[in-house]
Design a protein around this ligand. Structure first.
Ligand SMILES: [Zn+2]
Ligand SMILES: [Zn+2]
Length: 210
């Protein structure tokens, strides 16, 4: 489903995360999260070319198809420095792959992200470090179009990411939500469930004062 021109939602079926294909005017195609291994074919249907894969955090339901998609398209894989190591070695505990009853294969992470990095070009997808759900969780911000890809930091139905998994931290998550409430956001594209297609900023601010 097209969210806006150049941004396509590949809806997460079952426990799979939502994945988002961002096709930039500059010719760079970015995929935000990959879902579990069984999500590979679903993503492949939507993607003709892929340059960059970004993981919002290390959990298996977001990173499980990394290896298959990297191999298929030769894309570079990026993740926040605090989660990248777990993704690279396929850590069963921190990625929760063992909780899903799966084995995450090791994969090469081609670059680590930090607060304020830009995924491509000079303005495309800014990295906002939002620890709490995991230590290396990030949101990606399209400042021009006021779009926030929120991973599992917060959801459209009023939920916030769970903090009872390895490296989860409720205090850090609250601070992260406060941080993103200061951004000018119109469209919220979370890691699971529905999207907020307009007025998302007010929605995020409201969540801070609950
Ligand atoms: Zn998730
Ligand atoms: Zn998660």
């Amino acid at each position: 489903m097209q969210i806006v021109p150049g941004v396509t939602l590949i809806e997460g079926v079952g426990a799979n995360s939502n994945c988002y294909l961002v096709e930039c005017d500059c010719g760079v195609n970015v995929l935000v999260d990959t879902g579990m291994a069984d999500n590979f074919l679903r993503v492949k249907e939507h993607v003709k070319r892929l340059d960059i894969i970004v993981n919002t955090h290390c959990h298996y339901d977001h990173v499980g198809a990394n290896v298959l998609l990297k191999k298929e398209f030769g894309a570079k894989l990026l993740a926040h420095e605090a989660d990248a190591g777990y993704i690279a070695c396929g850590d069963g505990e921190y990625t929760c792959s063992s909780m899903f009853g799966k084995v995450l294969p090791a994969v090469e992470v081609d670059g680590v992200l930090r607060e304020g990095d830009v995924v491509f070009g000079t303005t495309g997808l800014e990295v906002v470090h939002t620890p709490g759900h995991t230590r290396g969780g990030i949101c990606l911000y399209d400042r021009k179009r006021k779009i926030l890809f929120s991973g599992d930091t917060l959801f459209a139905e009023g939920g916030i990411g769970r903090t009872d998994l390895p490296s989860g931290d409720l205090g850090a998550l609250r601070a992260s939500i406060l941080k993103i409430s200061l951004l000018d956001v119109d469209i919220l594209l979370p890691g699971h469930g529905e999207c907020v297609l307009n007025g998302a900023g007010k929605y995020i601010k409201d969540m801070c004062f609950r």
